[in-house]
Design a protein around this ligand. Structure first.
Ligand SMILES: C[S@@+](CC[C@H](N)C(=O)[O-])C[C@H]1O[C@@H](n2cnc3c(N)ncnc32)[C@H](O)[C@@H]1O
Length: 218
């Protein structure tokens, strides 16, 4: 039995994925595919872009959610940093793993307050809020200090163009074996260049449809 696969977390996550799938946003419908792709690569317009999409959940896929739980369990993670909380679906998976690992600390960050209110509600309903430290604001600031001595696992799932900048904020806390999961990292080529460089101290592979899975080797 695991926290992820039993009540209250399992039915809660199912319910949240259903709500996420049903959510719509006129702002998203108004954007052409090209414009959306451009905004997802922008380092200057991400606050406006995600602010316009604040009604959308944009969660990791259910498969990626399970992968996050498995990686955090298999690596016996105790310290996790998440960039991009949204409504907290990935956070629930990661916090469930911490619970089953015997406890730990999950720092998650999001700039949209209405999303964080909903994430907090879900984490409370799942009985996992005690493991989670929510930092409200732009991750470039909220993750710029007060980090654990070592970080076992990082999830990058906020503005794609910032992945390399966020990696640089946490990099000196990643020991050999630390894992980094980056969702839709194809929107951030300079991030991929970094983690696919053994000389920079990483092993990295594209995994499934939308994840880049990387490990610190030095
Ligand atoms: C793809 S969603 C995250 C989904 C979430 N990980 C899940 O699986 O449920 C990306 C979120 O990152 C937030 N975000 C984007 N850039 C950010 C930044 N620089 N700082 C904090 N949050 C950011 C957006 O507001 C959005 O809610």
């Amino acid at each position: 039995m695991t926290t992820l696969t039993t009540a209250p977390v399992a039915p809660l996550i199912n319910n949240l994925f259903e709500k996420a799938a049903a959510a719509t946003s006129p702002a998203m419908a108004e954007l052409s595919r090209d414009e959306r792709a451009r905004l997802m690569r922008s380092k200057t317009e991400y606050l406006d872009f995600y602010g316009r999409l604040k009604d959308l959940w944009l969660p990791v896929s259910p498969e990626t959610g399970v992968l996050l739980y498995m990686l955090a369990r298999a690596s016996r993670a105790r310290t996790i940093v998440e960039f991009g909380t949204s409504f907290g679906i990935s956070t629930l998976h990661l916090a469930a793993a911490l619970r089953d690992n015997g406890g730990g600390r999950l720092i998650t960050t999001e700039f949209e307050p209405s999303k964080l209110a909903r994430a907090r509600e879900s984490l409370t309903a799942g009985g996992l809020i005690d493991l989670v430290e929510i930092r409200e604001g732009d991750a470039l600031k909220t993750l710029s200090g007060d980090l654990p001595e070592t970080i076992d696992l990082v999830l990058l799932d906020g503005a794609k163009a910032l992945y390399r900048d966020i990696l640089e904020l946490v990099e000196d806390r990643l020991g050999p074996g630390a894992l980094i999961v980056a969702d839709n990292a194809n929107f951030c080529p300079d991030y991929l260049v970094r983690v696919r460089s053994r000389a920079a101290g990483y092993l990295s592979v594209p995994f499934g449809d939308d994840v880049e899975l990387s490990m610190r080797i030095a």
